[in-house]
Design a protein. Sequence first.
Length: 223
Amino acid sequence: MTPIRLLLVDDDPLVRAGLSFMMGGADDLEIVGEAADGSEVEALVDRTRPDVVLMDIRMPTVDGLTATERLRIRKDAPQVIVLTTFHADEQVLRALRAGAAGFVLKDTPPAEILDAVRRVAAGDPVLSPTVTRQLMAHAAGTSADTRHTSARTRVATLNDREREVAVAVGQGRSNAEIATELFMSIATVKTHVSRILAKLDLNNRVQIALLTYDAGLLEEDGH
């Protein structure tokens, strides 16, 4: 099996050393590089071609949010997991909206960080519906109505079946769970998810979840 290529980005050398030490022994993972600031990330990604970037949010020159936004608009961009010290942080939410696949706290046990990297590399988000709601509540403000209107307009482009799948994704359902709930094959679920991503110009399931939340679809469905 080809190991997952991981890039570590954090301005604290002790944090990078700790992450490298605790993750470097995994047989299915290879740490291909380290960066101390977001300004170094794009060039390092070009050189090392990581599958996943573990990205600190707060860095002195270019922060993790900006670096994530720059990465995720690139063709064949690596997946990004945000490193943070806060559960509910507006910058984390902005990174998720920019295309990060999830986040982990810096004090998360090593085994859970490894699991997060593996899940994201396999195409699964690292974000529960509960945490999504917590983040959304934290960031709610004057832009909430604008987000809601924009989200409703975008989800209106989905057909009924795609809308059902999008809501299930927003509820944190796996493909297998969606298939069972909506009486379709897993392959069909994957096809619907791919179409939703293309129609809404999104790049991962976390963004689908955030959009369904913004549009109020989860509340309509009783979640």
